[in-house]
Design a protein around this ligand. Structure first.
Ligand SMILES: Nc1nc2c(c(=O)[nH]1)N[C@H]1C(S)=C(S)[C@@H](COP(=O)(O)O)O[C@H]1N2
Ligand SMILES: [Mo]
Length: 199
């Protein structure tokens, strides 16, 4: 049986959230369809080794499996999802961020959607660039071929259909964040809207 509490003592389902068994599909507009054949991920900004990686190259890097709970700000939480991909710590070893790199921005194929997080949020073992869900290559609906899964933040910080990752000195507000959603996005502090950022 699933425990009501996590190892760190926080409730498994954060305040104001409810558990769902389905896997809702959510994005600002239409589902993006990214061609796999000529797909390239660009990694740029405040790093020593800028990279352009094909899907084949990405698939050869690492098969890190994570089990994480996801929490959408619209109030659904899905527990114990399984993703496979490349841990951001591995990517960081490859691109070597400069000390000036403080934030990471994801640019996506759906009409240049962006979101960003402080670099320390991807320096945790369970933050990955996901290529698979439940063992199968990521389909279009859930952000394939490549999406971020960044645990313990509302799920809008986990960008789908990533084209480019940019390491930044200064933060740039993303799509939902510009629209009034919290830039901190901590589900246990219920940081849903910008006015919750002081919590
Ligand atoms: N590129 C992109 N990524 C995005 C979004 C989006 O609109 N565009 N929406 C976010 C939101 S609000 C949520 S809840 C999750 C939903 O992921 P899912 O469709 O796999 O459940 O994607 C996040 N990543
Ligand atoms: Mo969301």
């Amino acid at each position: 049986m699933k425990s009501e509490f996590r190892d760190d003592g926080k409730p498994r389902v954060p305040p104001g959230q409810h558990e769902v068994d389905s896997f809702p599909v959510l994005q600002k507009g239409k589902i993006a369809h990214v061609t796999r054949d000529n797909y390239e991920l660009e990694i740029a900004g405040e790093i020593k080794n800028p990279k352009v990686l094909s899907l084949q190259e990405l698939n050869q890097l690492e098969d890190k499996i994570i089990h994480v709970d996801i929490h959408c700000v619209t109030s659904w939480s899905k527990l114990e999802t399984q993703w496979t991909g490349i841990s951001f710590t591995t990517l960081i070893d490859i691109v070597e961020p400069k000390s000036s790199a403080q934030f990471v921005e994801f640019l996506c194929a759906d009409d240049n959607f962006t979101t960003s997080v402080p670099i320390n949020k991807i320096k945790t073992p369970d933050a990955i660039l996901a290529l698979r869900y439940d063992g199968l290559p990521l389909g279009d609906k859930h952000g394939g071929p490549v999406r971020a899964v960044i645990p313990d933040l509302y799920f809008y910080k986990s960008a789908k259909w990533i084209k480019k990752i940019t390491f930044l000195k200064k933060d740039r507000l993303g799509y939902w964040e510009r629209g009034g959603y919290s830039n901190k996005a901590d589900p246990w502090k219920e940081q849903r809207y910008r006015s919750d950022d002081e919590k």
